[in-house]
Each structure stands twice: as structure tokens, then as C-alpha cells.
Design a protein around this ligand. Structure first.
Ligand code: ADP
Ligand code: MG
Length: 719
């Protein structure tokens, strides 16, 4: 039974007013007309347990009762309609699983078929041939004929409608509820009863005048009444807007309070000076001029780390934007101030790569950098752990092996987490605990987060953005080709290899079974081998089933140019840097998500040569896949791609977002209602600037409301 349609409002809490019974806390069976049996169904099907739950069930839409359509006017484009007509016939058809109730309704212009598959016995008893009904539902076409499956029916009675609002709410319902006379419209009888019982003090205002007034927002009580029973479409919209705004605003205030709390009360180590190592590196070893964006980010971090507050910063920068050097410079800052630093990466390959590039960059500078991963030999590990506690290791690079308890620092001052989306919030929290004063945290991610998402899911972090690529980068040319022309693509790779370049060919991890994925990769590998025979060509292969050692060796061979082609699965996705590689071929590209495609593409275009990304796909593409490939060909801008990804998939599925309550907006959408989100953000910031503790009388209701919320949800969830 699909329950996904249920749109109930989260975060709503009704403080009982002294002296009044909190009517909204009443169990739903006490509502007139409901009773125990219907209540059971409402609980099971829609999670409605109390009056409040019912109040928060927002209608999908409203229909104008006074508007009755004609059968004649039905076209293939018709969506929901309302027909008034006489029931001409009704009877059972089909057998067993195909058994259904079919009826005919006739108005002055034609006849329409009505069909039920469930609750047949009950419905059949309710229908009377010859009676005039008002029928409502979604029109579908079956063998060219229009029909309504599981329509909502009521006896047509013009007088009944008088005095009623003309806009009648239609609620999300389920087949089961419908078959028990509680369809989307009938639930409206319950909400109508409920609304009549309520008064303003049952739904007190929580937003201060300073917010309501400039935005001309509808008062809270009025908004709830009008969300259900609006007098006209405009009022309905205003009511919805008010409630959407409230959702965003409350979330932004909570985020703002967290951020502010950290700024005000957290203690952090102070990096007071730019010291000798930093300066020597900057003046003598820096291999290139920093981009403006890199300089700006370093300034932002320096400011944070000089305040005595703990930094908790998210650094977003597209693939290849140069985050590593920023990380290194900040680490040197820590070392110059007498602190140790660590850098945590999600994979062994990436850890190795960071270690190599950082030790190369540091050359002979007196910085002791070590690496710790799951495959570090016991002896070496022991030595590292000891030196770490003694403080002779300045800087430790590693996988999540760094998080293990025996890893103890003498004075950890800075922890950098690369490619953050692979680490959970809890894992990061473990880093904090490795020092008495929590270290500064810099989280680097190459998955750009759309602004709206950053504001909601990461609203409690400070963010820096590297929005500029190092100079002389040639944009990557991306094309989409069908698998039928694979041989031409292979010829193209050959031509590039002849020019001295290298190529990646990536296969998806898609099947349920690892075994199938593996077989798929092997088939692909053999195929590539047929085009590129040894000894003229050499191929590296990397996949998840290999031991770390084998994988690293194969990777290394590609890196040093020993092999010209790298065949692999998405394990190579993260951060791998081979500037000489100029072609990225993605097999079954339609099976990848946008952010993953973008990450993969970021493996090329790192050198000074022109690079290419070729998206191979089958010929059968659904609209969404087609759209994804189109946007990939149209732009290299990770932020644009992230926005599109969010639009296509919705916030719940975006990789790298937190599975936290912060994103559970039920009524508001961070895609469609971003305008309201921006406004809510601004208003929340302004309010907290003026009254950081919500101490003023005008913000009292808001404060009470938030405190009640705090009691209800684990505060830690969004920390
Ligand atoms: P990412 O942000 O994806 O981690 P990297 O730090 O790996 O990017 O940088 C990508 C490449 O760009 C590296 O080869 C690095 O040496 C180079 N690079 C970084 N910053 C600059 C710069 N300011 N000028 C020129 N090259 C740069
Ligand atoms: Mg990187």
C-alpha cells in the first residue's frame, strides 16, 4: 500500500495552554464520526493517531465542488475529473485475481466506466442503480476507453453543498481506506469536524511579529484552517506558504543556534603565528602560484584558527580545484604553532597518493610525515603509535585506521578529512575526542553541494568554496556515444595513446551481486584486450575484489606510465591523480548518477593536454538518464551538476548528504521552494543577530516552541 503520498507536517508541536485541555492530543477515535474501527485504519494506513496528526495531514489538492465536468469533454489529457450522473448498471466481471466490479455512470453527454478491484463486496452494497452520484477520480484509458478506477462516489445532492466552502480538500488516501469509505475526499469530513472544534489558542502563533509582519505571513491558526478549507485558491496558497516558511525558518533557527553556540562557547587551540616552516615552504617550495580562491580559503581558515574557537569548516571544491595544497598549508600552520595534524582519506590508494604528493612537496623540510592504514605492518604501526604519542610525528596521513582507539596524539591541533561523503558524522566525532581541546576540523569534499542543500543539511558548519580552477586547464570535452560505435571509441583511444596519452575505461557497479559485477568487468576487460593487444599495449586493472597490494601495484603501474590503459570499476573514482591521462570512457554511463559521472570525469583534465570524456550507453534510455547524459555534455561545472542532480533525484538520495532529520521537510521542498528557503535563512540570521539567546519577550513563543522540540528530538542528531 503506497504510503508515500502522506504529507504530514513535521516539527509541529502544540504547547498546551494553561487552563485549556490540549484538544489536539486527543486520540483520533474520539473525533466525532471516526470511532474505533476507522481509527484503526487511519493509524495503520496514514499514521494518524491523534487530532494533531489529522490536522497536519495536508490535502494533496482542492477541488471545486461546484464544477462538474461532462463525459463528452474527457480527452487523453484529462487528469482528475468530477462527473455527476445516474448509475446505469453495476456488476461483477472476471474471475479470481481478475475479478472486478464494473459500473456505468451516465450524464447528459455520455457514459463512463467505473472499476473497482478491491473492497468489491462493500462497494457493491453501497451502490444503487438509478441513483444520481457525484463521481470523482483520475481518468485512465483502457483499450481506448476512458474509465475511473476506484472513484470516490457520493450521492449527488445539490442542497447539501450550500454554505460549504466551494474548495473541497482531497487528502492522500490508500486503496484500503478508499474501500472503507475513507477516500481522499471523505477524510475531509473528519478534518471539517476537527477544524470546527479548534480555536486560536489551540494553535498559538510561534513566529514573532518581526518575521510575520515584513513577509505578510498568515497567522498560524488561520494558516491551518485555510490549508484545509480555503475560501479561494489565493488564500490556500498563502496558507501553504506560511507553513512552508515556518518549516524552513524553524530549521534555520536551529542550525543557526548550533553554529552560534559553537562560535561562542567552543574552545579551540590557537594558531597564533605564521611560522618558519610555512614561510619557507611558501617562498621556496610552492610549485605554482595559488589561485585567488585558494588564497581566500586559506585566509578564511587562518581567521578561524586564530580566534580560540574550534573551527568546523567544510571546504567544497570541484575535482582538480587544488584542495590538497590548501590542506598542506594549513597543516604547516598547525606544525608551526607546535601542534600535530592528521589527514584522513577514504581509501588506501588515496591515502598513499596524498602521502606521496605531500612528501614530494615538502622535500627536505623538517616535517615528519607518516602513513597509517589497515595494511601497515605491525612493527611499523607500533613505532608510529609510539612516536605519535611522543610528538615526534608531526603529521599523520591515513585511512579510517586513524580513528582506532590506540591511535593517540600528543597534541592534535588539526584534523583534515578528505572526500568527506564517505565518512559518517559519528566517525568525525571520534576524531574530536583525540585531544583534550578538540582539534580544528576541516572537511574537504569534491562533491559540490547545492546551495540549498548546504543551507539545510550543513547549515551548522561554516563553509568555504574553491570556485576557480588552476590556470591553463583545458576544459574537458564530453560526448555521449551509443555502444554500437564502441570500435570508433577504441580507435580514438588508440590515437591518443599514440600521442603519448593514457586512458581510463570504467565499468559500473550495478548488479545486486558482486559476482555479476565482477563477470561484467572481466568481459569488458577481455574486450579491451582484444582491441589493445600486448606487447604493444599494456593494461592495468583495478577492482574491489583485489587485495590492497595488487590494487596499489596496478594503480602505480598506470601512474608511472608503465600501462597505457586503466580498466576499472568506480574504486578509482576518488581523488586519483594521473595528469597524463586524457581520456575517460564510462561504460553503461546511463547507470551512473550525475555526481558519480562528474567525479569520474574529474580524473582527466588534470594535465595541460586537452582531455575527453566519452559516455557510452545502450540505445534504450529513459528520460532521466537522457537528461543526465545531456547535462554532463553541456557543462563541467560541478555546482551546476549538483543542482541538476538535486532537481532530478530530490534531496533524499543525494550522495554525501546526511541522513538527518534536518532534511525531512514534508511540506516544503528545497528544490521548488528555494525562494522561501533563502528568505527563511535570511530572516533567521537577522533574528539571531539581534537576539542570539532569544531572550526578548517578542521571541518568547519561538523559544518555548524550540525548547519543546529539543525535548522531542535528539539534539545530537543534527550536531
Ligand atoms: P583536488 O581538489 O581534486 O584534490 P588536487 O589538490 O589534487 O585537486 O589538485 C589537482 C592538480 O592541480 C594537482 O596536480 C595540483 O598539483 C594542481 N594544482 C593545484 N593548485 C594549483 C595552482 N594554483 N596552480 C597550478 N596547479 C595547481
Ligand atoms: Mg583531492
Amino acid at each position: 500500500m503506497p504510503l508515500c503520498l502522506v504529507a504530514s507536517l513535521p516539527f509541529l508541536y502544540f504547547c498546551p495552554i494553561k487552563g485549556t485541555v490540549d484538544i489536539l492530543a486527543n486520540p483520533i477515535e474520539y473525533l466525532k464520526g471516526v470511532g474505533p474501527q476507522r481509527a484503526d485504519l487511519l493509524k495503520k494506513e496514514l499514521n494518524i493517531f491523534t487530532f494533531k496528526d489529522l490536522l497536519e495531514l495536508v490535502p494533496n489538492r482542492h477541488i471545486d465542488k461546484t464544477k462538474v465536468n461532462l463525459v463528452r469533454d474527457i480527452t487523453p489529457q484529462t487528469d482528475f475529473i468530477q462527473i455527476a450522473g445516474v448509475l446505469k448498471s453495476s456488476g461483477l466481471m472476471g474471475e479470481k485475481r481478475g475479478k472486478r466490479l464494473v459500473a456505468e455512470i451516465k450524464d447528459a453527454t455520455g457514459t463512463l466506466e467505473l472499476v473497482w478491484f478491491q473492497g468489491i463486496t462493500y462497494i457493491q452494497k453501497m451502490l444503487t442503480v438509478g441513483q444520481t452520484y457525484l463521481v470523482y477520480g483520475k481518468v485512465t484509458f483502457f483499450q481506448g476507453q476512458p474509465q475511473i478506477t476506484h472513484p470516490e462516489m457520493e450521492v449527488y445532492n445539490r442542497e447539501n453543498k450550500e454554505g460549504k466552502s466551494t474548495l473541497e480538500p482531497v487528502y492522500p488516501s490508500t486503496e484500503k481506506l478508499k474501500s472503507r469509505g475513507m477516500g481522499g475526499r471523505q477524510i475531509g469530513h473528519f478534518t471539517e469536524t476537527l477544524i470546527k472544534l479548534l480555536q486560536e489558542n489551540n494553535i498559538p502563533e510561534i513566529l514573532p511579529e518581526s518575521v510575520l509582519q515584513p513577509l505578510q505571513l498568515m497567522p498560524r491558526f488561520k494558516a491551518f484552517v485555510n490549508v484545509h478549507f480555503p475560501s479561494d485558491p489565493e488564500t490556500s496558497q498563502q496558507a501553504i506558504n506560511r507553513l512552508k516558511f515556518e518549516e524552513f525558518f524553524i530549521a534555520q533557527i536551529r542550525m543557526g543556534l548550533l553554529r552560534q553556540q559553537r562560535h561562542r562557547y567552543s574552545k579551540g587551540v590557537v594558531f597564533s603565528q605564521v611560522g618558519e616552516i610555512f614561510n619557507r615552504f611558501y617562498e621556496q617550495y610552492l610549485p605554482f602560484e595559488l589561485t585567488g580562491a585558494q588564497k581566500r580559503v586559506i585566509k578564511e581558515i587562518r581567521r578561524d584558527t586564530g580566534t580560540g574557537k574550534q573551527m568546523n569548516r567544510l571546504l567544497q571544491g570541484d575535482v582538480g580545484s587544488g584542495k590538497t595544497i590548501v590542506a598542506l598549508l594549513v597543516l604547516l600552520l598547525a606544525i608551526d604553532n607546535g601542534y600535530q595534524g592528521c589527514l584522513m582519506a577514504p581509501t588506501e590508494i588515496l591515502t598513499q597518493q596524498h602521502f606521496n604528493s605531500i612528501t614530494n612537496l615538502l622535500k627536505d623540510l623538517p616535517v615528519n610525515v607518516r602513513m597509517l592504514t589497515g595494511s601497515t605492518k605491525i612493527r611499523e604501526r607500533k613505532e608510529i603509535l609510539q612516536q605519535l604519542e611522543e610528538g615526534t610525528i608531526h603529521f599523520l596521513i591515513g585511512t579510517h585506521a586513524l580513528l582506532e582507539d590506540p591511535v593517540k596524539f600528543k597534541n592534535l591541533g588539526l584534523a583534515i578529512v578528505d572526500e568527506q561523503h564517505r565518512f559518517g558524522v559519528a566517525q568525525r566525532a571520534r576524531l574530536w575526542k583525540k585531544a583534550t581541546v578538540p582539534p580544528h576540523i576541516l572537511v574537504m569534499t569534491a562533491t559540490p553541494i547545492p546551495r540549498t542543500l548546504a543551507m539545510t543539511a550543513y547549515g551548522d558548519l561554516d563553509t568555504s568554496i574553491i570556485d576557480e580552477l588552476p590556470p591553463n586547464r583545458k576544459p574537458i570535452l564530453t560526448v555521449h556515444r551509443y555502444e554500437t560505435v564502441r570500435s570508433q571509441v577504441m580507435d580514438f583511444i588508440k590515437a591518443e595513446i599514440t600521442k603519448g596519452r593514457q586512458a581510463y575505461i570504467i565499468f559500473p557497479l550495478i548488479e545486486e551481486s558482486e559476482k555479476l559485477d565482477y563477470e561484467n568487468l572481466m568481459k569488458g576487460y577481455e574486450n579491451v584486450q582484444a582491441y589493445f593487444p600486448e606487447p604493444k599495449y599494456w593494461i592495468s586493472m583495478v577492482h574491489g575484489r583485489q587485495t590492497n597490494e595488487v590494487r596499489t601495484t596496478n594503480m602505480q603501474r598506470f601512474k608511472t606510465g608503465d600501462t597505457q590503459i586503466m580498466v576499472g570499476t568506480t574504486v578509482i573514482e576518488v581523488g586519483v591523480d594521473v595528469p597524463n591521462a586524457s581520456v575517460m570512457v564510462i561504460e553503461s554511463a546511463e547507470k551512473f548518477g550525475l555526481s558519480q559521472l562528474h567525479q569520474l570525469r574529474g580524473r582527466v583534465g588534470r594535465g595541460s593536454e586537452k582531455s575527453f570524456c566519452i559516455l557510452l550507453s545502450g540505445s534504450k534510455l529513459n528520460n532521466e538518464a537522457r537528461e543526465r547524459l545531456k547535462i554532463m555534455c553541456a557543462t563541467n561545472d560541478g555546482f551546476k551538476i549538483a543542482e541538476k542532480d538535486l532537481e532530478l533525484r530530490g534531496p533524499g538520495d543525494i550522495e554525501g548528504t546526511r541522513q538527518s532529520g534536518a532534511l525531512n521537510f514534508k511540506l516544503a521542498s528545497i528544490v521548488q521552494d528555494r525562494k522561501w528557503l533563502e528568505i527563511a535563512r535570511e530572516m533567521a540570521e537577522r533574528l539571531l543577530d539581534d537576539d542570539p539567546d532569544l531572550a526578548s519577550a517578542t521571541n518568547l513563543q519561538l523559544k518555548n516552541y524550540l525548547q519543546a522540540l529539543q525535548g522531542k528530538t535528539a539534539w545530537s542528531k543534527i550536531s
